[in-house]
Design a protein around this ligand. Sequence first.
Ligand code: V47
Length: 390
Amino acid sequence: MTMLAEPSVTAPLDPAAFADTALQPIAEKVLARQSLNFTDGMALWNTRDIFSLGELAHFVRNRKHGRTTYYNINRHINYSNICALSCKFCEFHRKRGESGAYEFSHDDVLRMAGEAAASGATEIHIVGGLHPWLPFEWYLEMLRKLRAAYPRLHLKAFTAIEINHFTKISRLSTREVLAALSEAGLGSMPGGGAEVFDDRVHDQVFKGKLRADGWMDVHRTAHELGIKTNATILYGHVETREERTRHLLALRDLQNDAPGFQCIIPLSFIPEGSELGHLPGNTGLEDLKMLAISRLLLDNFDHVKAFWIMQSMKLSQVSLNWGVDDLDGTVVWYDITKREGGAGNQHQEMTVDTIRRLIFEAGFEPVERDTLYHRVERTPDNWATGWRIA
Ligand code: V47
């Protein structure tokens, strides 16, 4: 197979050459390293000059990371889909006794983590629904067992929504819950559950879920305790572009106040199977715009990650020239959305060779990272388990 490794284009930014003159003052700000505001964000959404938008986002991405594109070897474990909530965008949740409801035991989780460790994973990403009757101790014990059995695996676990649920079932504060989880082995937190920080969208699509201030409070507390977290936005359902822009700016403000976010992962809404299945979902151009605008508005976030399960791997590859510097990951099994392969086929695996080839072909240098963005080095003779942090 022929590998194309032309370096991605890093020509100096020339705002005067932009077809859409509305982007020129924004480019001047980007060049001067000034943060963009709400009006700038809306101008970015409104442009039809997708190439200049890409050039701008690519410029920022290259200024931060050069030709490096990160990926990781991980496995997602969704321990249960039984959930007290019924968010309309979500096809994952089931009620107790409903067909398709499942719950893994600690042994199930340990077995999957063992397979992940044996196949080279550095991370497991553990999230589930808001389980109505499992006690907080069940989650602590799961982490303790995982840490004891697989001390090298980073445990990235539980969204802010689950953490808030744990405060209710344990009668502990957010700080106490996070401290207990950290003590039991929690390494960092994923960014899920943020959806869109807007009361109108909240009440229409995920009523009953933790609101924006609650999500931010959990992440702020985690950051204060030294726990790194990620952030997400779920876009392409009933929210407006104005609401997306405000969501991103709220994340930027929180990062300024209480730094600790590692990356933003814009999650492209997949309608299939959800109560919002009548909606059309995002087009490729809307996905590219979302990723590029995230790069441009979140100047205080190091990384923009494409989660290929949602944007597709082909578009994720293209997005490397639209601001993205990180691809998640080998994944292996994913229950929350099932577009690739359809319902009943949750095996959604990307091999390391494929990820590296896609990155390389797009003109970038693939770099394996661990959860905290340290470089991972492997030797061919002991590839799966002999890795070390560079
Ligand atoms: O919280 C649910 C979203 C999230 C749908 O932090 C949907 O590294 C699209 O947060 N269409 C879970 N999205 C995924 C997530 C994540 C993924 C990869 C990496 C990281 C990280 C975080 O998925 C949920 C929800 O916001 N979601 N249903 C859907 N139909």
